[in-house]
Design a protein around this ligand. Structure first.
Ligand SMILES: NC(=O)C1=CN([C@@H]2O[C@H](COP(=O)(O)OP(=O)(O)OC[C@H]3O[C@@H](n4cnc5c(N)ncnc54)[C@H](OP(=O)(O)O)[C@@H]3O)[C@@H](O)[C@H]2O)C=CC1
Ligand SMILES: O=C1O[C@H](COP(=O)(O)O)[C@@H](O)[C@H](O)[C@H]1O
Length: 432
């Protein structure tokens, strides 16, 4: 069964799976490009949609944001941590998709920042190889070679150097706006926030985890507040943008099949599973300081649990949903060590172990797998275990919610809500 929202697929997006089998499970066709999606024969000149400023204005109005004077303003988008996994896998492909669809202002420039030394050409090539969109290699090369290339290169020589480079490019317009995407470990956030725009607005996008613990999270929030006002800061948990998660509230509360069953009377247990079939692969610098619980359980999986278990919000406004989620978190029993199992993946055959990753400190005890049993002490969920499981370098890549109902003989099939990035599906699973 496919989910509720059927938005028009943008031209750059991969085709969605059309069966109950997620596309990621299907055999990959042999003609895939490096980005993993099928390639077509368009060229950039023909394919890139020109930016329509009136569309941007309408978008701002729709979200209640001030309308920008894009005819006289530039926009610089800076990705800090541009050599990292998140930048390569998600941010640059998403930015490129927006650009490709004509959804960015005409005077936009992208910048990367990292400590790794790389020539501008090597940096552009690295980004080019990760673009998850349907353009062919010829178009990509053309785009990279364009004299007006939007990606000037990678700054590595300090934030001052980055600022100088941006200021030079921005001089063409009276007003310069800046967006900073902090795709870096949280302990570096504060150093990175000193490059605010002088003639336009500044926005800073901050990635989870927001610190390591309560103290560092508080310190981070206070530090950001010293440089930025709250309306300049956008905190991101990209799991909230997944199709199933966006639709979970609608699936539950607008659906007379599910809502009457959503309680301890009918549900025996719930599992939220995050399984990846690849290890850290050079991300030890970030991952080892945080571990799997801070990396995905404390944020992504807990968000899912809260949305799954919350009471019906007064409206679908963000604040109302947030209030209901907070009530779930406040009703949860404190997790003790007896409720948690942790592990670390080891080498098997030709596959490296966690400690074989050269970016991981020798002898590290950081967990790459965790299973946590949680309980919500309220009338709806009293006594129902919520099992959150997450691991890297496991046998298969998938993410799903498994709902085990009480009725039926032992071994009744659970309801599976799949969080696959290519298709949100609801199906019944194998008996357990
Ligand atoms: N990977 C993913 O799919 C997702 C990651 N995230 C979040 O994104 C953030 C980064 O994760 P990820 O990209 O995976 O990690 P990586 O380790 O792959 O990348 C970290 C990046 O930060 C840079 N960096 C590290 N230390 C410093 C420093 N002191 N000063 C400046 N730059 C630094 C690194 O570049 P260099 O060493 O060259 O400086 C690298 O570009 C984390 O907060 C993570 O939670 C969120 C969602 C998904
Ligand atoms: O936040 C993170 O998420 C990714 C998994 O996200 P997905 O959308 O690609 O499934 C995970 O690999 C990474 O460790 C973590 O930081």
């Amino acid at each position: 069964m496919h989910l509720l929202r059927t938005a028009k697929r943008p031209r750059w997006a991969p085709a969605r799976a059309t069966s109950s089998q997620p596309a990621s499970d299907a055999a990959a066709p042999s003609s895939l490009g490096a980005n993993g999606f099928g390639l077509t024969n368009g060229t950039v000149d023909e394919d890139v949609s020109p930016c329509d400023i009136s569309n941007l204005d309408q978008g701002c109005q729709a979200y209640n944001l001030p309308v920008n004077d894009w005819a006289h303003s530039s926009l610089s988008i800076v990705v800090l941590g541009a050599s990292g996994d998140l930048a390569k896998k998600k941010i640059f492909p998403a930015l490129f998709a927006l650009y490709y669809e004509g959804l960015l202002p005409p005077n936009v420039q992208f910048y990367g920042y990292a400590r790794t030394k790389m020539t501008d050409a090597a940096f552009r090539e690295m980004i080019g190889n990760t673009l998850a969109c349907r353009i062919d290699a010829r178009s990509l090369a053309k785009m990279q070679a364009q004299p007006t290339a939007r990606l000037p290169g990678l700054a590595t020589r300090g934030f001052l150097n980055l600022n100088t480079r941006m200021t030079q490019q921005e001089a063409v317009m009276p007003r310069a706006n800046r967006i900073f995407f902090l795709s870096i470990p949280p302990n570096v956030f504060l150093d990175a926030t000193g490059n605010a725009a002088e003639t336009g607005w500044t926005r800073v996008i901050v990635e989870k985890p927001f610190g390591r613990d309560s103290d560092s999270s508080k310190e981070l929030a206070e530090g950001l507040a010293r440089h930025l006002s709250e309306d300049q800061i956008y905190r991101i948990d990209h799991y909230l943008g997944k199709e199933l998660i966006e639709n979970l509230t609608v699936l539950r509360f607008s659906n007379s099949v599910f809502e009457p069953l959503w309680s301890r009377q009918h549900i025996r247990n719930v599992q939220v599973i995050f399984s990846e079939n690849f290890g850290t692969e050079g991300r030890g610098g970030y991952f080892d300081r945080y571990g799997i619980i801070r990396d995905v359980i404390q944020n992504h999986l807990l968000q899912i649990l809260a949305l799954f278990a919350m009471e019906q919000p007064v409206s679908l406004d963000a604040e109302d949903i947030r209030n209901e989620k907070v009530k779930v978190l406040r009703s949860m029993k404190v997790v003790g060590t007896e409720d948690v199992v942790v592990g670390q993946y080891r080498a098997k055959g030709s596959l490296p172990g966690y400690l074989d990753d050269t970016t991981v400190p020798k002898g590290s005890l950081t967990p790459t797998f965790a299973a946590v049993a949680m309980f919500i002490d309220n009338a709806r969920w009293d006594g129902v275990p919520f099992l959150l499981k997450a691991g890297k370098a496991l046998h298969k890549r998938y993410a799903e919610i498994r709902v085990q109902f009480r009725w039926g003989a032992d071994g009744a099939r659970p309801l599976l809500l799949s969080l696959s990035c290519t298709a949100a599906t609801v199906r019944s699973g194998r008996a357990i």
